[in-house]
Design a protein around this ligand. Structure first.
Ligand code: GTP
Ligand code: MG
Length: 347
């Protein structure tokens, strides 16, 4: 049985419409990987192929390995409230906080180090199986060297790269190998099966990504996902307010803020999308008038109310962050199927 070198799917030359299709079984990459890598073509994306149960089965098969668990920095803000690390509680874990290059400029290395070490200190109490942690994009030139030396210290030659879909697992292995052999893409669900790669004295195992039902990505169509995914260093959009205001991020998010006196709100979202602001009294009107823009949404927005007294950071997974300063009453309207998180980490 021959498998695709990019995504791990079993290759077949019988059915063009099915995953794993190749014209000739001599080929190393399936049609889906080829078209995805060369043309960014997502026609062959089947969102329901990978299930978490199937991934847990893979993890169990490699239970004596070291698990390199890769976390997107924007998810890392709420790692303590997230259940992802429970999936690895029986395994030795090397935690990688990835994509720190997306954070805005004002979060310098010092601030980031402080944030991450505080978070790890707390996490380690609950998860003593986290043996080490690293951040990517910091001291990038020495990352590979430091990573390999850490693997040698941890003394396990079987290394599974695991975590949520799109966290950057396959990209990280490519970076370590200095190659493009694994298929990567901006869409979640790229890797379909485990892929084994031998490197130096290690056996690396790339795995498909766990589906996160609390992430906007799981609920958006590919067009809306592409437009709202944060893929560059965030430039926050900041607003001051001393009267009630409503803020709209297309049809994806609405934030109503009723300040006691003065307040400010910062949106950390994809830079190409502009937040629309209107007076709170006009909020419902605006929402109705622009409803057809919001039709791309697959689920209605649900409202969560908060009374805040100084500064609060809300994490809307897969969409961004909203930071509010000041004493205020806040209503956040987000996709009903997505859980809102309040971050304990200060930005
Ligand atoms: N900005 C930034 N983007 C990254 C980084 N690492 C990976 N990416 C991007 O994140 C996206 C997902 O990368 P993949 O390597 O395909 O992620 P994955 O975890 O293998 O995804 P699945 O196979 O779907 O589970 C791609 O668009 C990568 O270019 C990083 O450090 N910084
Ligand atoms: Mg992958």
């Amino acid at each position: 049985m021959k498998k695709c070198k990019g995504c791990g799917i079993e290759l077949q030359d019988k059915n063009k419409e099915m995953l794993g299709y190749v014209v000739d079984l001599e080929q190393d990459y399936c049609q889906r990987c080829f078209r995805l890598s060369h043309y960014g073509d997502t026609t062959y994306f089947k969102t329901n192929y990978v299930t978490n149960e199937k991934i847990f089965e893979i993890y169990r098969r490699y239970s004596n390995s070291l698990f390199v668990v890769i976390i997107d920095i924007l998810d890392a803000f709420v790692l303590k409230q997230d259940e992802i690390l429970d999936c690895f509680k029986d395994y030795d874990v090397l935690l990688i906080i990835n994509k720190t290059d997306l954070l805005p400029e004002n979060i310098n290395d010092h601030k980031l180090n402080k944030m991450v070490s505080r978070m790890l200190f707390d996490l380690n109490k609950k998860y003593p199986n986290i043996k080490a942690a690293m951040m990517t994009n910091k001291h990038e030139s020495r990352f590979n060297e430091q990573f390999i030396s850490l693997l040698n210290d941890l003394n396990n030659h079987n290394v599974v790269f695991a975590g949520r879909a799109n966290a950057g697992k396959s990209s990280l292995i490519n970076k370590l190998l200095n190659s493009n052999s694994l298929t990567t893409s901006m869409y979640p669900g790229t890797t379909l099966e485990e892929v084994e790669i031998f490197y130096k004295n290690f056996r690396f195992i790339d795995t498909p990504g766990l589906v996160d039902v609390n992430n906007y990505a799981t609920h958006l169509n590919s067009e809306k996902y592409r437009l709202s995914k944060i893929d560059k260093m965030i430039k926050p959009q900041i607003f001051q307010l001393n009267e009630p205001q409503s803020y709209f991020y297309d049809g994806l998010l609405r934030v109503d803020i009723i300040p006691k006196e003065k307040a400010s709100v910062s949106f950390y979202i994809n830079n190409n999308n502009k937040i629309h602001r209107t007076r709170f009294d006009n909020g419902d009107d605006y929402y109705q008038k622009h409803y057809c823009e919001f039709i791309l949404r697959v689920k209605p927005l649900a409202v969560s109310d908060y009374s805040i007294s100084d500064s609060k950071l809300f994490v809307i997974k897969g969409l961004g962050l909203v930071k509010i300063n000041g004493e205020a009453f806040v209503s956040i309207h987000s996709l009903a199927s997505v859980r809102l998180y309040e971050s304990e980490v200060e930005l």
